[in-house]
Design a protein around this ligand. Structure first.
Ligand SMILES: [Ca+2]
Length: 444
């Protein structure tokens, strides 16, 4: 395969267009996408990755700790690929942000059988008093005689990060085109960037914590890992694992398999704005100085400050999102308010939906915490490299079976051909088995 990393990229208002939360006159007719049911019976599917490009077998990770193998036709193999439930911290049966959050195959998986999982483990001895759990990145190996099954005893812990609160865990890991492993971490949780375990300047802005960051490590050298020599703080000034910072809850991310192989991250906001960032090395994406493009007020999340600094503590300018939109929690009954938790997606490079080619497909978990009202969106890309602009459009979902779209969107995924999948469920908690995987196909 030309780009072996392609298969490893984990985790996946009609007529109006908006940019940075401001609706503008529509420039093109809204695009309709069709959702084709592939598999069901999950609790809350969070991540999807190609296992074998040749057979079309795909891994689907369920937040409750089980990874299943989905055949090309959607059939689920009865035996789990990996059952991590015994290694997770105790999850809520209601709403939870902990669990199995990300998985990624090593770029040389076919030779070394290694893959990586990010999950919420119980507290360790060194976890500070009163904190909630420990985020754990581990390496596993599939069995030599059966690549559809993992030896639980092969676990090698690569990195652990203590978490003060249950929420804001990030965790959608992926290998970049440089074959380094990228790990987005949440800001510690709670809300407003405050509480136990939060830096006075916020964890996002504090270069001495791994929380609120995009990390980048080399799992092929060192034990258990090495620091890429060109990481921004490899030689001091901050934690050497940091690749970029100023993030709040970077739940889902992806690398563009085409173009410049850019890294896109959906960073879930507090109350006013949701945002998509294109993340570059050393970039500061603003939290909690900014939320989207406005000045965030940690003392009143519903009222933006009128001004704020435009540089981080290191003197470098903050980088704004490429796309943002209003959150109905901060803008009630506002037609421009789309959803309360952005779900990062993928730049579309497949064949089934030509109208989406080269544009960023993503979504939002739901417009309403208590009701399954997820939204599908498109970041329409235009302009030349280095001078791009992105406009936000709604995508209109229709169901292949003729039913009405209704669901919480929990993530997106991409297969070896660049086709996209959406992961959904019908509950805001870890209850029932309403989780499904749909493939996105052209509507006409
Ligand atoms: Ca930001």
């Amino acid at each position: 395969m030309t780009h072996s990393f392609r298969t490893l990229l984990a985790c996946l208002g009609a007529g109006l267009a908006l940019a940075h939360g401001v609706f503008a006159a529509g420039t093109s007719a809204p695009v309709t996408i069709k959702l084709k049911l592939m598999a069901e019976g999950f609790v809350s599917p969070t991540t999807l990755a190609t296992l074998d490009a040749r057979t079309g077998q795909i891994l689907v990770g369920d937040q409750v700790g089980v990874i299943r193998v989905m055949e090309k036709d959607g059939a689920l193999r009865p035996e789990p690929f990996l059952d991590l439930t015994s290694r997770l911290t105790k999850l809520n049966s209601g709403f939870d942000e902990r669990g199995l959050l990300g998985l990624a195959l090593h770029p040389k998986f076919n030779q070394n059988r290694r893959f990586y999982v990010y999950y919420s483990a119980p507290k360790r001895l060194s976890t500070p008093e009163g904190w909630d759990h420990t985020s754990r990145l581990s390496e596993f190996q599939v069995r030599k005689e059966n690549r559809l099954s993992v030896d639980l005893a092969s676990e090698k812990v690569i990195l652990e990060i203590d978490k003060p609160y249950f929420n804001h865990n990030g965790g959608c890991i992926a290998f970049g085109p440089d074959h380094f492993l990228y790990i987005p971490t949440g800001d510690g949780g709670n809300g407003n960037g405050k509480g136990i375990g939060h830096s006075p300047i916020s964890n996002g802005q504090d270069l001495n914590t791994l929380l609120g960051k995009m990390l980048r490590i080399d799992v092929d050298h060192g034990n258990p890992y090495a620091i890429p020599s060109d990481n921004p703080y490899a030689k001091g000034g901050g934690k050497p694992e940091i690749f970029a910072y100023g993030l709040r809850n970077p739940w889902r991310m992806s690398f563009d398999r085409g173009g410049q192989h850019d890294l896109f991250v959906g960073d879930i906001g507090q109350t006013l704005y949701e945002e998509i960032n294109r993340v570059v090395k050393g970039g500061n994406y603003g939290w909690f100085i900014k939320e989207g493009s406005i000045c965030f007020n940690p003392d009143n999340e519903k009222i933006a400050r009128t001004n704020c600094v435009d540089k981080g503590g290191d003197g470098k300018p903050l980088i704004g999102p490429i796309l943002s939109y209003k959150n109905p929690n901060g803008f009630r009954n506002d037609k421009e308010a789309i959803g309360i938790s952005v779900m990062g997606g993928f730049v579309y490079r497949g064949k089934a939906m030509p109208k989406l080619q080269g544009h960023y497909v993503f979504g939002d978990w739901s417009k309403n915490w208590g009701l399954p009202q997820g939204a599908f969106m498109l970041g329409r890309h235009s302009g030349s490299v280095g001078n791009e602009s992105w406009a936000l459009e709604m995508l209109i979902p229709v169901m292949e079976d003729g039913g009405q779209w209704k669901g919480y969107i929990t993530g997106f995924g991409e297969d070896a051909s660049g086709e996209l999948y959406v992961l959904v469920n019908s509950s805001n908690g870890l209850v029932g088995k309403t989780g499904k995987v749909f493939k996105l196909i052209a509507a006409e």
